[in-house]
Design a protein around this ligand. Sequence first.
Ligand SMILES: [Zn+2]
Ligand SMILES: [Zn+2]
Length: 672
Amino acid sequence: MTDDERRRPRRQRGRADQRQPTQADQPGQPTNQDRPTTNQGQPRQSPPSGQPNQPTTTQGQPPRNGQSGQGGQQGRSGQSGQQGQSGQSRQGRRSGNQGRPKEQGARPAQARPVAQVKGQRAPTTLKIIPLGGVGEVGKNCTLLEYGDDLVLVDAGASFPGVDEPGVDLLVPDASYVRDNASRLRGIVLTHGHEDHIGGLAFVAQQIGARAPIPLYGSPLALGFARGRIEERKASRLFDPRPVSAGQRLSLGGLTLETIPVGHSIPDAMALAIHSSIGTIVYTGDWKFADMPPEGRKRLQELGREGVTAVLADCVRIESPGHTPSEEGVAKAIERLMRGAPGRVIVTTFASNVQRVANTINTAHRLGRACVLMGRSMERNIGVAQEIGRLQIPEGALITAEAARRWPADKVVLITTGSQGEPGAALARIAAGEHRQIRVHRDDTVIIAASPIPGNDETVSRTIDNLFRQGANVHYSRITPDIHVSGHAAYEDHKELLEMLRPRFVSPFHGEYRMMVLYQRLAVSLGISEKRTFIPELGGVMEFGREEARRRGSVPSGQVLVDGLTVGAVTHAVLRDRRSLADEGLLVVAVTLDRESGRIIGAPDIVARGVPGADDGALAVEAKARVRRTLERGRRGMVEPRLAQDLIKEAVATYVLRETGLRPMVLPVITEV
Ligand SMILES: [Zn+2]
Ligand SMILES: [Zn+2]
């Protein structure tokens, strides 16, 4: 199970069981002290400027051994102080609740004024609304609604499946946010993977906000997002604000605290969402391995302070045990590199900056220079270098051109294409079609990724091609330690739930079965089933301090991006494309006399994908039927629209009977 790029969408949507709310909502007496007002040192920096650099490459000589240049860890500000949500305020609320009747009437009768002024009553519930990423893997997007404040967490994209011909991208439907655009306080990115940032530009375009939307994220996530946003010419829609781990963001009445977690991209963050209802931990994509110690420490603290709900990435719950760390992969790659007689070709996800950096450093240590191949590989490493997240030793990178003059056993190629994507560097190299690189008998190929479900065939074909060219290929099925996932496995989830002991849980970032498995895990740990919620796309989950329930839904779904158009591809268009692909097309051209309405000459048929319909018996009979249909018992005008319908009906019925196909029939009527 992997993380980014060419992820196949899982299409089925989780039909969550329609569990009834267990009790009426029990709003407490809101207190002002619940309302966090602090905003500790939120730096209002400008985003990293300029175009993403190309990584520094040199044409130089093979480097000396013994240098290592591990990517510099960016300083973490480590602000993990507790503010806003003190245990005291929780206590205060609890005692305030005592003796209140459990009834709807306890809700403040008056709707709050639209423009909420600081110091007024804090809302008593926080609504969590998934706009993507539940019941599917891809286009993650979660809306937080707290009183008048809206905050979006991530805005990802997913890639179309075979049943969406001609569609480039699927992005969340943001119409609910659009209808409430003035209430949107910002978008917070948990990390820089495509399934979390790929839909940003499209979502902002749908929202159509008047002012740039504040966009919070790690410098790396913002750097990756910037490329995607610029591609869509949407830069002016965003106001990027870099955040660091441990920081607290005040977004309307909500305080979002960032917690560093392990993942397959650097600087991934979980969010602790603090409000009057307590703390909700939104894990983002995460694993314990590679989690900075302060991340684990903070999660432990939150567990002790009390957690109202956990919303967890559950995509890898089917895997037993714990997910291992990146270190093992680095060791495996080093082992293979040491034993390689000639050139080494490593392919992995371009967003896995740490793995790429480790590979560069290992190569450098072993006296090899690296070539980065593939646009996203160069761009991502360039961004990481530019923001100071990655330092590459002098001379560690060379150009592909220079590499041709180097001895093979001094060269490492790091390429995109780990999913066998036809356009990516690896597939071209494997097929012998790369402009600069040919595979040789002594080459060692390391595919440091596992195929995302749906990509097995393309990956297998690439591996076959590499073997065909004589290379020695390592892939995860035969050399398992060359790849680890970025997502928590079963035991990690168990450990986190035991650590946080939340009142409510809701699995996110997974297909339906994964969400059910997560729910079962929670139940096995003593969380009653009625306190677990399998989210639905667009389904509102309303969390109070003591109670949670489903509460209607907002418009949701997916917007299809087709080349340059957004949303223009409707389901009707898709249906047409599918029918064209599966059943073919018949164009029936007929000329009618404007005066008499009679058919002039013979009808013409152009067929695509329907055997025998261009010429042959099928065509002859279809044409005869068209003529008979238009002439049968008719005197005077045949209205062209009616003629179209008659032609469609006659041809479709006949072709279906003869061939079993339902081609799209397009009558073209010319009047003379
Ligand atoms: Zn991710
Ligand atoms: Zn993800």
